[in-house]
Design a binder for this molecule. Structure first.
Ligand code: NAP
Ligand code: GCO
Length: 266
């Protein structure tokens, strides 16, 4: 048996949402290097243009589209455009996400809803758009990008934690409801990864020293470093491929050991 063949994504089409940069871009690159055709979306025209150049530089013939994942009509037309251009979506990665770091008592309900809309409801919308085709073909992979905040709380991220905790349960529910159709829905739970989303937590202080949160995270991570988006590539290929056909409803945390660690004694 050639085990590596089971990791091949040759002939598959993948839609990675919000893959203009950061984690989505690296996951798309990983899937492409395993053979998948790549489609991605984002909201900003400028991000789309830059991303298309970045994919080209990597030798990836990715198709990029403007689409806000919270809009059902835009997502429906995105999926049908991709299906006409590249074929059915075999792999969906729900990656698009935002965070608002605001103490809960100062956060408006509108701000809370916006985070939940993008980080949770959108995964329902995009999954719903690809599931009927996957059910018909009795084949499909959905990967939801969860978070440490699917398990842990901390100050200022109430909406994000609520959304990512919900995304973990949506993952398990899709696995439960559509597993009989040979559809696998799993999550990737990244630890603290160096991307634009976390840039404010790594900003140097006026005296040139590390941001206190930066030092806190390095101390809290047995690997003693932030993750890079590339650290997530292997897991994404595994969860998108035949190698994971009996893995369903699982959240694979890729966190350098954060969730296993009680923290260093003072
Ligand atoms: P990022 O650097 O801020 O990138 C977010 C991407 O999502 C961008 O391409 C953005 O493009 C797109 N996007 C945002 N809202 C969108 C919407 N409504 N519709 C379509 N596209 C949208 O974030 P990241 O750090 O790579 O994070 C990616 C995912 O991983 C998120 O779900 C995040 O919560 C999760 N995550 C991140 C970390 C971390 O430490 N960085 C850890 C765990 C989980 P536009 O602005 O052009 O729309
Ligand atoms: C924060 C961070 C996190 C990470 C990530 C952790 O402010 O705590 O932004 O929430 O982005 O999701 O896994």
């Amino acid at each position: 048996m050639d085990i590596l063949k089971k990791f091949s994504l040759e002939g598959k089409t993948a839609l990675v949402t919000g893959a203009a940069y950061g984690i989505g871009f690296a996951i798309a690159e990983g899937l492409a290097s395993a053979g998948a055709k790549i489609a991605f979306n984002c909201r900003s025209e400028e991000h789309l243009r830059t991303a298309l150049d970045m994919y080209r530089e990597k030798g990836i013939d990715a198709r990029g589209f403007l689409c806000d994942v919270t809009k059902e009509d835009e997502v429906a037309s995105l999926v049908s455009t991709i299906e006409n251009a590249l074929g059915p979506v075999d792999i969906l990665v729900n990656n698009a996400g935002i965070i608002k770091r605001i103490p809960m008592v100062e956060m408006t309900a509108e701000e809370f809803r916006e985070v939940v809309d993008i980080d949770l409801t959108a995964a329902f919308i995009t999954s719903k758009a690809v599931l009927p085709g996957m059910m018909e073909r009795r084949n499909g992979k959905i990967i939801n990008i969860c978070s440490m905040m699917s398990e842990l709380g901390r100050e200022t991220v109430s909406a994000y934690a609520a959304a990512k905790g919900g995304l973990k349960m949506l993952t398990r529910n899709i696995a439960s409801e559509y597993g009989p159709y040979n559809i696998q829905c799993n999550g990737i739970g990244p630890g603290y990864i160096a991307t634009p989303q976390t840039a404010p937590l790594r900003e140097r202080q006026p005296d040139g020293s590390r941001h206190p949160f930066d030092s806190f995270i390095v101390a809290k991570t047995p690997a003693e470093r932030w993750g890079n988006p590339e650290d997530l590539m292997g897991a994404a290929v595994f969860l998108a491929s035949e190698a994971s056909d009996f893995v369903n409803g699982h959240i694979l945390y890729i966190d350098g050991g954060i969730l296993a660690y009680i923290g260093r004694q003072p």
